[in-house]
Ligand binder design. Structure first.
Ligand SMILES: *Cc1c(COP(=O)(O)O)cnc(C)c1O
Length: 368
């Protein structure tokens, strides 16, 4: 009976625990709201999967943010009513759709802002912008403070349909720069200078992403910061715990589980036989000879998760040893349970497999 059902179920599955995601988002929203900070829930890490985004809305995010316009169009169409924010600098080629469907975007280029203005006028619409300042991470944003302030004044005084919502920064993405009281303090100082120049308060001072959460937990976030764009820290909550050594035990980290089916179980040598050349991806991996060991082959591959080393086997005694486009290979020699073909093995994951699996059309999404 049970086996019948299992055979009908399609694998691989990405199992998403919506209740746990809701609780993670609620916990983060409550923490941040306590400091006067509103959350833009960043949904690009799950390809904007609707049921997940729905939890972001229910748990109190004030904006939905993504780097992809198509995800936001789909979400609006599906009934998500929160303001949408594009968190990648817009391409010229997407400005029509941006203005039509997305409420605001992060910006750093005069020509792009001018094109948004023209498009807004043509469509009879308004669009909000957050100007990005680069505090040293060296991805997007103005580096020169005067140029930045001039741009803010230009948007405020010259552009009619583009509204200056505020200023923001991004850290920890390219230059791996840590958000601190000092660098975010600088953003706040600049924001204050802009406010003096335009003679009003800015609505948004956006102090970064998940990597800014430690400052909030430590009570060191500059008071003026009132907006964060959070994805990983609510979806998985693994990075702060593992990389930053911050206790995130109050958060659920088992929100996403890959379930894959075993298609072969055999004893094999651990060192390849023949002349080692290159694998299917042009790499020459190294192999350690551990003699003959029992391994299982699973029907899921790099095409689905890209990085097998970011998957976390859930059964004791199982170790991932490699993958190719369509297969995952695990060492099961040390596993006390018998593993047979047809069995399903579970893997938790870090951010990269969540990103890829959620977008893979060959992976079933199951919500619990
Ligand atoms: C991806 C992204 C975020 C969210 O990052 P997380 O680490 O998932 O919280 C925030 N801001 C920008 C500009 C981004 O590109």
């Amino acid at each position: 009976m049970c086996q019948c059902i299992e055979q009908k179920q399609k694998y691989p599955i990405l199992q998403v625990n919506l209740k746990k995601i809701y609780e993670n988002v609620k916990c983060t929203v409550d923490l941040c709201n306590g400091k006067g900070i509103r959350i833009a829930g960043v949904v690009k890490g799950v390809n904007g999967l609707f049921p997940v985004v729905d939890q972001f809305v229910k748990a109190g995010c004030k904006y939905i943010a993504s780097s992809r316009v198509d995800q936001m169009i789909r979400l609006k169409g599906a009934g998500i009513n929160l303001p949408m924010m594009l968190i990648r600098i817009p391409m010229f080629s997407e400005i029509d759709e941006l203005v039509k469907h997305v409420d605001s975007s992060l910006n750093s280029e005069l020509e792009t802002l001018n094109q948004i203005e023209q498009t807004c006028k043509a469509q009879g619409k308004k669009h909000g912008v957050v100007l990005m300042f680069d505090l040293g991470d060296l991805r997007e944003g103005f580096v020169d403070e005067d140029e930045f302030m001039d741009m803010a004044v230009y948007v405020e005084n010259t552009l009619e349909n583009v509204d200056l919502l505020g200023v923001g920064t991004n850290l920890g993405c390219y230059g791996s720069i840590k958000p601190t009281e000092e660098n975010l303090g600088k953003l706040c100082d600049i924001a204050e200078k802009i406010e003096e120049k335009i003679n009003r308060k800015l609505e948004i001072i956006s102090g970064g992403a998940t990597s800014t959460l430690p400052l909030i937990i430590d009570g060191k976030i500059p008071e003026k910061v009132n907006h964060l764009r959070i994805g990983e820290g609510m979806l998985l909550a693994k990075d702060l715990d593992d990389l930053w050594k911050i206790d995130m035990s109050h958060m659920h980290q088992d929100t996403f589980v890959l379930k894959a089916q075993v298609v072969e179980v055999k004893d094999k040598p651990t060192y390849p036989i023949g002349e080692i050349f290159i694998d299917a991806f042009g790499k020459t991996p190294t192999y350690e000879d551990k003699g003959i060991r029992k391994r299982a082959l699973l029907a899921v591959g790099k095409q689905d998760f890209v990085m097998h080393d970011k998957l976390i086997p859930q059964k004791e005694g199982i170790e991932i040893i490699g993958s190719s486009s369509d297969h995952l290979i695990v060492d099961i020699h040390g596993c006390n349970e018998e593993i047979k073909i047809g069995d399903i093995l579970d893997f938790e994951m870090y951010y990269p497999p969540m990103l890829y699996l959620s977008g893979s059309p060959s992976v079933e999404k199951v919500y619990i």
